[in-house]
Design a binder for this molecule. Structure first.
Ligand SMILES: Cc1ncc(COP(=O)(O)O)c(C=O)c1O
Length: 394
């Protein structure tokens, strides 16, 4: 595809433009085939040896999934993308690829609950040492770096507190100490944040969220430069087998076509909801990087082009009040996940972050009355109206 296309056009055309020479289909064809014919034995051998490009087997590459990978790479300014069956598959595969027994990893202490579980409790089973730090505290990071340190891992904005981590600072430390920097960019997909342009080595996405955008698919992706992605593909991806189905790839491409307009509308709505919550007498505190009251508003403004539509707030009355509020909404759906067209609400202490012990939650700053809301594209008056009637029931 032509490289002069702008973001909105790439999201519609990359991966599918003239991709169907037989019928000229304008949407990406779904190829369910698990395996591909070799015209001759010699051709098969050449493909297996890597001397010739061509399809072999869909655990490695599938045409529909490949079309999505091309679109994702264009979207994230990466040289290569690999699509995976879930965001967690992308995270676990990437970490197991870059780490081995005896190595250590430094990770920001506030992470999506599943990632926290994988890093804090599963990696040590494989002889990998884990240091959970405040990634905005340079001294704390530096104090953990030694000859065994291979990876620095973080999310920004974080889940669920929407804390902003300074990407340039992490990149500087990683480059100086020869560490692989890995960011989970799920909360701020392009055009909101471009970690590769800031020098991050690997970007991960749960495509299940904003990029898929319709709560109808589970998927993930890993993106980076060829020097990292080719070995990741050749020595890990094809053997761990986290492959995405072509049907999923089709749905994600359909989602990406409207990514920009969805994100902009969600963000507009989110601003209104954040302002409403900030002025509500039953709300202790709102965490949204687009609000000037956010402690890292200036940093967010510097490194992001938009703030997303996920926010959390601490409700007065703790666990009980939080539970009552999420039980009382009528249009907003009580469900985990985020970034989709419909507004979703959840209670991290009893749901997404319940894997953490109360001490771990406290250490991560996740209060018992914290509520996370992912604002959708509905009419903002309806979202606010629904919250308003729910607050009145507490
Ligand atoms: C920031 C973040 N990363 C990764 C994941 C995991 O993604 P998936 O559910 O697609 O495996 C999630 C899920 O909520 C998430 O919020």
């Amino acid at each position: 595809m032509k490289n002069w296309l702008k973001f909105s056009s790439q999201n519609i055309h990359v991966g599918v433009h003239k991709a169907d020479p037989y019928f000229g289909s304008v949407v990406p064809p779904i190829y369910p085939s698990s395996t591909y014919q070799f015209p001759t034995a010699k051709e098969g051998a050449l493909r297996f040896s890597g001397k010739k490009k061509g399809l072999i087997y869909s655990r490695f590459t599938n045409p529909t999934v490949y079309a999505l990978e091309k679109r994702l790479a264009a979207l994230e300014h990466a040289e290569r993308a690999l699509a995976t069956s879930s965001g967690m598959a992308a995270i676990s595969l990437t970490l197991l690829h870059f780490l081995k027994a005896g190595d250590s990893i430094i990770a920001h202490k506030v992470l999506y609950g599943g990632t926290y579980e994988f890093i804090a409790h599963i990696l040590p089973r494989y002889g990998i040492t884990v240091h959970l730090v405040d990634a905005n505290n340079e001294q704390e990071i530096l104090s953990k770096i030694d000859d065994t340190t291979k990876v620095i891992y973080f999310e920004t904005p974080t889940n669920p507190l929407l804390e902003v981590v300074d990407i340039e600072k992490i990149v500087r430390i990683a480059q100086k100490h020869n560490l692989i920097s890995i960011i989970d960019n799920t909360f701020a997909p392009p055009p909101f944040q471009y970690p590769h342009d800031m020098g991050v080595d690997i970007v991960i996405h749960s495509l299940t969220k904003y990029i898929g955008g319709h709560s109808d698919v589970i998927a993930g992706a890993i993106l980076g430069k060829l020097k990292h992605m080719d070995p990741l593909f050749g020595s890990s991806y094809i053997f761990y087998g986290p492959t995405m189905s072509p049907f999923t790839a089709y749905l994600i491409m359909r989602g990406i076509s409207t990514l920009e307009i969805r994100l902009r509308k969600q963000e507009q709505n989110a601003f209104k909801v954040a302002q409403y919550l900030e002025n509500h007498p039953q709300v202790e505190r709102v965490y949204y990087p687009g609000l000037e009251s956010h402690p890292q508003y200036q940093l967010a403004k510097k490194q992001m082009n938009g703030y997303g539509s996920v926010m959390s707030f601490e409700i007065k009355g703790g666990y009980e009040a939080g539970e009552k509020l999420v039980n009382s909404v009528e249009m907003i759906t009580l469900a985990v996940s985020l970034g989709a067209v419909e507004s979703l609400i959840e209670h991290p202490a009893s749901m997404t972050h319940s894997e953490l012990s109360p001490e771990e939650r406290k250490q991560s700053g996740i209060g018992e009355g914290l509520i996370r809301i992912s604002v959708g594209i509905e009419d903002p008056d309806d979202i606010i109206g629904d919250l308003d009637q729910a607050f009145k029931k507490i």
